[in-house]
Design a protein. Sequence first.
Length: 260
Amino acid sequence: MLKKEKALSLVCTVVMSVFLLVGCGSDEQLPTSADIGDKGLAVPIIMYHSVINDTESTGDYVITPEMLRDDILYLQTNGYVTVSIGELIDYVNCSKSLPPKPVVLTFDDGCYNFLTEVMPILSDTNTKATLSVVGTFSKKEEPCNVQSSYYSYLTLEQIKQISKCGYVEIASHSYNFHSLQGRKGSMIMDGESYEEYRSRFLSDILTNKLLLEEYGVEMSIYIYPYGFVCEESLELVKACDFKASLGVEERINYLTADTD
């Protein structure tokens, strides 16, 4: 969350390359495109998870709608403009322009409260966002008739409708690798051969891709569960035609014209 008394939570890696990421404290100014220099264009990427209207339930991964709105208004007041990961891809690959002070907002896991709490704020404030979804989480919601902002996830049909709004892009957060049991997210396990890992990783990543495509949702971004990245995964993500991938580090991203 972006509050004056708290540090930013910033994320991002790119396929075959890591965006150089710098933590920002409460007394620091976020970098702008005026800081391009030798490093490239500075782009903060802020990571959110659950947003619920309950101050007693807030924590490291849960904030209130009021806090989110305050974050967005703070960014806007200071001249930042939200952009999509797709726009970053076009900036690098197609020389498309970006606003002077771009910033990206991401929401992990596909929580149901993204629909009930986040989207009204995005619409009211003319804000773009990236929503990453976990296939198994959404499939489990399909038989349910009652959803809760506290613990439910978006259904596949809801994700489809969200993807049509024009200001939210959908990213893959794996099909069933969002776990710390045995395997840490998408990472290769100790003692696992590359061939075994390759087969399991591709099965998971392609299952989620094809599942969402059945609902008309195309995904070109892969967001690593828990931010766990390994060298073996980078080439496989690229081979599946993802244009960018995101991990978790408290730094600032610097985009250059180098597509790698």
